[in-house]
Design a protein around this ligand. Structure first.
Ligand SMILES: Nc1ncnc2c1ncn2[C@@H]1O[C@H](COP(=O)(O)OP(=O)(O)OP(=O)(O)O)[C@@H](O)[C@H]1O
Ligand SMILES: [Mg+2]
Length: 238
């Protein structure tokens, strides 16, 4: 497993770009607001190396969530391309994208997004089950890692926010994804739970060797990142 080396990938050299796990080029996205087409992502180039921890910051409305959605192929750009491990995501149909999302990507959202009718154990097992690779031993390992053994049969609405997000973190990492996307994963948690969830996300991602892209307003988190990208008005400014 290639782990990120902080000394070699701090600059987007053409060399590191060639070897990047994820490369997005000239991304543009507009939305229709009444009569007007509003440009919300403007000519964005971005890369993420294998195993790298990248933080995206920027003020509210600068386009962070929109960009994350484009990188994760949850949304299509108007122009530009996203390549993950040599596959051009914008050229794939919805079925092929679904396979890549299940196999290669993990997701953590601010509002948890657990499946409400599934237990903790079933939510964590879900990515393995839909990929037809059930693995109860792996699920148990993750339940222990996020300290939810006593809650394994609980439904999401019986859990605290921190417990829900720990479940989501375990689910995101259970299938050893190449890359995990997180949009303000601690935004709905108090400080103690936020720290615990973030530490679990970082620890598990280190064990698995996944790259991690996190949108956050938390400067402490940015300090832990290999690289911080700042957005302003739909562009990357640093
Ligand atoms: N479907 C949409 N229709 C209209 N405008 C949209 C749509 N989606 C996003 N926008 C606008 O695009 C801009 C970027 O939104 P985005 O959610 O990406 O910002 P953000 O940086 O994630 O903000 P926050 O920190 O508040 O989450 C905002 O001005 C938003 O209002
Ligand atoms: Mg957002």
């Amino acid at each position: 497993m290639t782990l990120f080396n902080a000394t070699t990938a701090s600059e987007p050299t053409s060399d590191s770009k060639n070897k990047a796990l994820l490369t997005a080029s000239k991304l543009n996205k507009t939305v229709q607001v009444g009569e007007q087409a509003l440009s919300i992502i403007k000519d964005v180039d971005i890369y993420v190396n294998a195993g790298e921890f990248v933080v995206i910051m920027g003020k509210s409305g600068s386009g962070k969530s929109t960009l994350l959605g484009l990188l994760a192929a949850l949304d299509y750009p108007d122009s530009g391309s996203v390549e993950l491990a040599d596959q051009t995501l914008s050229q794939l149909d919805e079925d092929a994208l679904a396979v890549i999302r299940q196999r290669d990507m993990g997701f953590v959202f601010q509002s948890f997004h657990l499946l409400p009718t599934l237990t903790v154990a079933e939510n964590i097992a879900f990515p393995l089950d839909v990929a037809r690779r059930p693995n109860q031993a792996r699920v148990n390992e993750l339940i222990d890692a996020v300290d939810l053994g006593h809650r394994r049969d609980s439904l999401p609405n019986q859990l605290s926010g921190g417990e829900q997000q720990r479940t989501a973190v375990a689910r995101a990492l259970v299938s050893h994804p190449k890359i995990v996307f997180a949009d303000e994963p601690t935004g709905n948690l108090d400080e103690q739970n936020a720290n615990q969830v973030m530490q679990l996300l970082l620890d598990l991602r280190q064990q698995v060797g996944s790259a991690l892209v996190v949108v956050t307003h938390d400067p402490a988190l940015a300090e832990m990142a290999d690289r911080v990208i700042t957005m302003h008005d739909g562009r990357i400014v640093s």
